[in-house]
Write a protein that binds this ligand. Sequence first.
Ligand code: FES
Length: 151
Amino acid sequence: MPAGARLTTVEDVRDDGSFLFTATNSFDMDEEIIVVPCDEEVAADGGAPVDGEGGVAAWINRCTHEAQRFDTGRGVPMRDGEIICPKHGSMFDACSGECNNGEAAGTALPDVEVVVADGEVFLADDEYTFEHEGGIDDGEDGPSSTSHVGF
Ligand code: FES
């Protein structure tokens, strides 16, 4: 079993469309991270080989243009394998994180390393320590209070 925290399953990411969690970065600051379906055999960050069930990739939950969150609590807006920024509509490839359109053209999302083992997704990035499921605000009233996290 991989060393990092278990996040979710590939099946849940595909069923729900995305998975949001909060982790602490190496500067001891909270970051929101999204896990999204990625249908290429190996994601750009090296994670997620396939096993016939598809893969996933993980990215910081923030547009490169004006720091807009992709997932604002209702899942990541996506279409045809691309993450859509809800503010100005730039689209980022879910597997490579690259954007070639709109205000964020020419940029790429900072990646977060995850791995898949037996259909389960694990955080495998030394820069991040798993805190809790959901966005940063979802952790404020305690780890057991996840009932308001909707999908
Ligand atoms: S904030 Fe995302 S394209 Fe402008």
